[in-house]
Design a protein around this ligand. Structure first.
Ligand code: PFF
Length: 469
């Protein structure tokens, strides 16, 4: 049995605090902004089905593994991996898995804060009544005015990044935990109100059918640059990547949160609860958004602006819309905040542990660098949006998103699964999970040892063109 360690950064006050914080990390822009727009771009129901499968057989088992590693190591992901590798007599190279996570978190935060800045901007837009009675065209032009103005985007990006730094600097208990306790339930209730609104539009059935009826042709045949439908497996990688992104897996965020988890809490139960809540929020967001898309003749595949061009229409027409609308964007900004703090926590914890930085100093450094990189994403929507600034047909923002969500997170998750199932002793896993050698443990072990690694490898090789069927 490993000696009982404590994290030097403190601990959650209990199991529920961890569930709230990890759900806070998981539920964010990924659920409400990204899930609907990538579902729209990839044909709807079949994509959702693949995504749900990825969550069930890959996401949940890897989440259990990641929390388990974090709680056993009780340090930042880099030091946790180094320490566990030594304890389990595995190669010291495993610490680079921790490093990859720190880098991924830093890269994701840079563009995440830009989009979160849009949500903050929309709090004020909605509150000022700009959307009252607005048409789809009016709402679209308000959106394009915002994203084509780099100075305004920079201001919102800066405001969001400063808020993130303030919360992280305050530490595990007083900062992170307090921020999520009331916000998550409120966001959930407001999403229900929006679904209620969508139910009253004529297009509710069409929207729900788009989200829930699988059409595999629409998933696998997508238009290429010439507008010709081509067979592609890339949507599978996007669904897989999004399963990691939405559950905050593969980069140490959940590992570092796990390192603050009290010893008695059940890792399996908490992971399942977190994944279920996260999935529910994404599906509710889809159910709120697609009926509005169809009721207003909008294009489901219109990309990252989708929620900013649909929900304001609803707010513009419902009674009390300015109030509900601003409340919604406030909660969205907070959901983004509770995810953003988990994106820099691994790097901050490492600087504190290894370089003697104070928490505040570490946060300021990481936040500042990530803020600077974010400027590239800001320009992707305006002065760098032209083809001459693109690589592989992608803007700087698209490239960062693709690299992190579709490549770094799945690879990080794959390595976490391999470490847990092939490098750690089976008895260490059982000890940390607090399980007997019964069905639950055996089922998890099988998924993590064979199913997740094989599935991630196949999807990955296939999508990057090294394996064709
Ligand atoms: N899970 C967050 C979301 O869905 O918005 C994004 C995220 C947070 C990804 C933390 C990765 C991470 F480590």
């Amino acid at each position: 049995m490993a000696e009982r360690r404590e994290s030097i950064h403190g601990q959650w006050s209990g199991r529920w605090a961890f569930i709230l914080a990890a759900t806070g990390s998981a539920v964010g822009l990924g659920n409400i902004w990204k899930f609907p727009y990538i579902t729209g771009e990839n044909g709807g129901g079949a994509f959702v089905l693949v995504y749900l499968l990825c969550i069930a057989i890959i996401g949940i088992p890897i989440m259990i593994a990641e929390v388990m590693l974090g709680r056993r190591g009780r340090r930042s992901p880099i030091n946790t991996m180094r320490h566990l590798a030594r304890e389990e007599q595995a190669s010291q190279l495993w610490q680079y898995l921790g490093w990859a996570g720190v880098v991924a978190g830093f890269l994701i935060l840079s563009y995440y804060a830009v989009i979160a800045g849009w949500a903050v901007a929309y709090i004020f837009r909605t509150a000022s009544g700009s959307f009252t009675g607005a048409t789809a065209d009016g709402v679209a032009s308000i959106f394009s005015d915002l994203v084509s103005d780099p100075e305004r985007l920079l201001a919102w990006h800066t405001i969001f990044m400063v808020c993130t730094m303030v919360v992280v600097a305050r530490g595990v208990r007083s900062g992170l935990e307090k921020a999520v306790r009331y916000l998550m339930p409120a966001l959930f209730v407001l999403l229900l109100v929006l679904v209620g609104y969508a139910m009253n539009t004529d297009a509710f059935v069409a929207g729900a059918a788009f989200l829930l009826t699988p059409d595999f042709h629409a998933l696998f045949y997508q238009s290429n640059a010439q507008g010709v439908a081509e067979l592609t497996a890339e949507p599978l990688l996007i669904a897989l990547g999004h399963a990691f992104f939405t559950l905050s897996l593969g980069m140490g965020a959940i590992m570092v949160y796990g390192s603050y988890l009290p010893r008695q809490a059940s890792i399996v139960k908490t992971s399942v609860v977190i994944a279920l809540m996260d999935t529910l929020v994404a599906l509710l967001a889809g159910l709120a958004i697609f009926p509005i898309v169809f009721a207003n003749g909008l294009e489901p595949g219109s990309g990252p602006g989708l929620i900013f061009q649909t929900l304001p229409i609803a707010f513009g027409h419902m009674p009390g819309g300015a109030f509900f609308g601003s409340l919604f964007f406030i909660l969205l900004a907070f959901a983004a905040l509770s995810s953003a703090i988990s994106l820099i926590e691994p790097a901050v914890a490492w600087l504190v542990e290894n370089h003697g930085f104070t928490r505040i100093y570490a946060t300021v450094w990481i936040g500042l660098l990530s803020w600077l990189l974010g400027v590239g994403s800001i320009f992707s929507f305006n002065i760098w949006s032209g083809e001459e600034y693109q690589l592989f047909g992608k803007t700087f923002f698209d490239l960062l998103d693709y690299l992190t969500a579709n490549i770094m997170l799945p690879l990080g998750g794959l390595l976490i699964a391999i470490f847990a199932a092939w490098q750690m002793r089976r008895s260490s896993c059982r000890d940390e999970l607090g399980l007997t050698d019964g069905l639950v443990f055996k089922g998890w072990y099988f998924l993590i040892r064979y199913v997740s690694p094989v599935a991630v490898t196949i999807v990955f090789l296939n999508a990057i063109g090294l394996l064709t069927f």
